[in-house]
Design a protein around this ligand. Structure first.
Ligand SMILES: Cc1cc2nc3c(=O)[nH]c(=O)nc-3n(C[C@H](O)[C@H](O)[C@H](O)COP(=O)(O)OP(=O)(O)OC[C@H]3O[C@@H](n4cnc5c(N)ncnc54)[C@H](O)[C@@H]3O)c2cc1C
Length: 416
């Protein structure tokens, strides 16, 4: 097996929020990043990508521009030998072994599927760029289907989202806006009702935000005609319906699953200490317990936070970015305990509206939407990406929504 050494002895596994920010902060010292995609996916804008308000390429930040001093290895880490200080990486061109002195593990998370009959086969996850593009194609296809089969419209035009955290609420709100705008171009749909359903196991939506903002969001969605089924869980899914645990059956061909994430399963192959949820255990300076020279951060780690001692950090990009700063300091020999108190959070609710909590002030409506979008754009690494996103946003307010379906390109290639 070919062997090589990480640049400057520093190897970063995963080029997402945590890993890419660590490599960027190391600056000219350099590092080697292992990542299959070669770009950092800016997840907060995935709902806008699904809705067609932001171009898919805009939310992929190339690691070569974001971390110009880092070396990029396109591939997947598959194993770790902590004694020999090597990581095994499967690349397109074969398996390589990369030696390191310092290892940073930031492999993120994957969608958490529950053992519900039919869920894995029929639900659409919402975690990656291909999920966002796939959802967009799927809902546009439902409009086509309803136009040729109006008798089945109750099923074709019923859209069920499961999990009312940020991702679920934003994905529903933005996709709904896409469908409503697109429906104007489908004369055969006039008079056919749409049904939008948000299912949440907890007693209220958006458990992460204060009551006032969750209440505003509930009222806003209900005014828009969204059915919110809280304290409800799925019992089964098939290609024509979902069945709830209380026996209710909802005819639908669209089930979007956003009910949680689980740490990257490859962690189980690395031999690092994991907690009961599968997250790597680290000390307050983000060093992996019992493994000198290894750090972990982001969704794949259980990170203690001195500012919130009662609970470890939640899996968010704003925490991953702050953790990256602590890891960069720790790599420099400053082992001060990590602490970060979130100053705010927000969600977009479609049609320019949204909710925001910033420095204890709660804002909703158009200003809430503007603040959330502004914050998201400000967080995008590299000025050129930020300007492209701003330009997309301005164009989408001035022009009619783009309803092109990218899946059609695949079919065109298959034509004789
Ligand atoms: C739809 C959606 C919306 C979100 N919105 C927000 C928001 O508005 N605000 C917020 O704070 N958070 C948000 N989040 C959460 C946020 O995206 C995550 O908390 C954040 O990405 C975690 O960073 P990370 O570095 O741990 O993981 P990631 O950013 O997921 O990065 C993990 C990286 O590891 C790579 N990888 C995977 N397997 C391997 C392997 N075997 N070898 C090498 N590399 C590998 C992946 O390709 C990826 O690049 C959202 C998440 C989703 C899904």
């Amino acid at each position: 097996m070919p062997r090589r050494k990480a640049r400057n002895g520093t190897l970063v596994l995963g080029g997402g929020f945590g890993g890419a920010h660590v490599a960027r902060l190391l600056g000219s010292a350099g590092a080697t990043i292992v990542d299959p995609g070669g770009a950092m996916l800016f997840t907060p804008l995935l709902p806008e990508v699904a809705a067609g308000a932001v171009e898919p390429r805009r939310v992929m930040v190339p690691l070569r521009t974001m971390c110009p001093h880092a070396e990029l290895v396109r591939g997947r880490a598959t194993g770790l030998n902590a004694t020999a200080r090597t990581v095994t990486v499967a690349t397109e061109f074969g398996v390589v072994e990369i030696g390191y002195e310092r290892l940073i593990v930031a492999l993120g998370s994957t969608a958490r599927m529950l053992p519900i009959p039919g869920l894995a086969e029929h639900a659409i996850t919402f975690k990656d760029l291909d999920d966002a593009i796939g959802l967009r194609n799927h809902v546009l296809r439902r409009l086509e289907r309803a136009e040729v089969d109006p008798m089945g419209a109750a099923r074709h035009l019923c859209f069920v989202f499961v999990g009312a955290g940020y991702a679920g609420v934003e994905a529903l709100a933005e996709t709904r806006q896409l469908v409503q705008d697109a429906a104007r171009h489908f004369p055969g749909l006039s008079g056919l009702p749409q049904r939008w359903v948000l299912i949440e196991a907890g007693s209220r939506i958006l458990s992460e935000v204060p009551d006032t903002l969750a209440d505003y969001t509930t009222a806003h969605l209900q005014r828009e005609g969204v059915e919110i089924l809280d304290s409800s869980t799925l019992a089964a899914v098939d290609d024509q319906s979902v069945t709830l645990a209380d026996g209710r059956r909802i005819p639908t061909e669209t089930v979007v699953w956003t009910a949680g994430a689980t740490p990257n399963p490859v962690l189980r192959e690395l031999g690092l200490p994991l907690d009961e949820l599968g997250r790597i255990r680290v000390d307050p300076a983000l060093r992996v317990l019992g493994h000198a020279g290894i750090w972990a951060l982001g969704d794949n780690a259980r990170v203690p936070n001195t500012a919130t001692p009662q609970r470890p950090d939640p899996p968010t990009c704003q925490h991953a970015i702050r953790q990256a700063r602590a890891v960069a300091r720790s790599l420099d020999g400053d082992y001060a305990a990590y602490g970060y108190r979130s100053i705010g959070e927000g969600a977009t609710l479609g049609r320019g509206r949204g909710i925001t909590r910033v420095l204890g002030v709660h804002v909703h409506g158009r200003l809430g939407g503007l603040l959330t979008r502004g914050y998201h754009v400000a967080m995008v690494p590299t000025a050129s990406r930020r300007w492209r996103i701003v330009a997309d946003g301005l164009l989408s307010t001035l022009l009619r929504r783009d309803i092109v379906e990218l899946g059609a390109l695949e079919e065109r290639r298959d034509r004789p």
